[in-house]
Write a protein that binds this ligand. Sequence first.
Ligand SMILES: [Zn+2]
Length: 53
Amino acid sequence: MSDGDHAHYVYPKKGVCDFCDGTNVRIRVEEETKVPDGKGGHRPAHICAACDG
Ligand SMILES: [Zn+2]
């Protein structure tokens, strides 16, 4: 197994996690989950490795 390399594909960028409010964490876009975008709409949630699965 090579989870270290795999994580780079699953979480391709760094940003803010919508679930734990972690900043500068490696995230992916979770299309199935929608969060308020602050403008009256919704956008796909960003989730980090620690909150995922
Ligand atoms: Zn998180």
